[in-house]
Design a protein around this ligand. Structure first.
Ligand code: TA6
Length: 279
């Protein structure tokens, strides 16, 4: 465990045999860095990010649980991303973090659970697995997402591939349902869409860097695509006015397709595997 000097928060550093590294803060079980073997940072974190409660770290991979967005009774994106996790297992290239809701959180969400977040690094690969167990006596519904911020050379050179022909809910049009008719999703303004029942393999392509991040997901039927653009960027205190030009969010999610119902004693698991492909 390492302590971040400026925030005093603890984080874990992972390193694969080949030299791929990752950093995960106990606050929110939040991945804040994934660097390739050659030392290139793949994720985006705002220079104005706040690394401690009550803020979720602006960037990296916020764990949205037990709720994504407004899809449930809690405040935006649930409380896991603002909670301190415990390390329950660790190795040089792998860590498992665990959260059980506090008394206060159980006031808000009266369903006991255990959430495990496991992060593994391999040769230019990052794998992240969520496992939630209903430890209570009543079934409950959950929505979730891995709200991943990818670093991009410049937003006009970014695109998301794999969503052509897929329906989405447009959060900028009151969740109106539309169909993606472009070969790729590009960014010429604010984009905030929940793609439904999506393919398991998507790509965030950076034409400026000549490479794509391949996102392979299991257990997440939906995928959220987000760029705040100028006005929303200006409205976020923990995000630079120009930082929308250097990031794209692609978020494997359980959201618009409907919640998961977790029976007492049952376990839900979902994962994303991130890897790189040269163009
Ligand atoms: O990524 C989709 C989204 O729900 C957007 O609507 C925007 O609110 C974004 O998440 C960031 O949310 P946050 O609560 O982290 O500021």
């Amino acid at each position: 465990l390492t302590t971040d000097q400026s925030s005093g928060q603890k984080y874990v550093v992972l390193k694969s045999a080949e030299g791929t590294t990752a950093e995960i803060f106990l606050h929110g079980a939040h991945v804040t860095s994934w660097k390739t073997v050659s030392g290139e940072e793949v994720l985006f974190v705002s220079k104005q990010a706040v690394y401690k409660p009550p803020k979720a770290i602006r960037g990296g991979i916020p764990v949205c649980f037990p709720q994504f967005g407004g899809f449930g009774p809690l405040s935006q994106h649930g409380f896991a991303r603002n909670s301190e996790f415990a390390v329950t297992d660790s190795a040089a290239d792998s860590v498992t973090l665990s959260l059980t809701p506090s008394k206060d959180q159980l006031q808000l969400f009266p369903h006991p659970f255990e959430l495990k977040v496991k992060v593994d690094v391999g040769n230019d690969v990052l794998e992240q697995t969520l496992t939630a167990t209903n430890t209570g006596s009543k079934a409950f519904e959950l929505t979730a997402a891995l709200h991943t911020y990818f670093s991009i050379s410049s937003i006009d050179k970014a695109r998301v591939d794999g969503l052509s022909g897929v329906d989405y809910l447009d959060s900028l049009q009151d969740k109106r349902r539309l169909t993606e008719n472009g070969a790729s999703v590009r960014f010429g303004g604010e984009v905030d869409r929940i793609y439904l029942a999506t393919p398991s393999r998507l790509e965030v392509v950076d034409e400026g860097r000549g490479r794509a991040v391949v996102v392979e997901k299991q257990g997440f039927p939906d995928a959220v695509v987000w760029n705040p653009w100028v006005d929303k960027a200006a409205g976020m205190g923990d995000f630079g006015d120009d930082e929308y030009k250097e990031m794209v969010c692609l978020e494997p999610a359980v959201a618009g397709s409907g919640p998961v119902t977790l029976q007492p004693g049952a376990t839900w698991t979902a994962k994303q595997t991130l890897s790189l492909r040269q163009l």
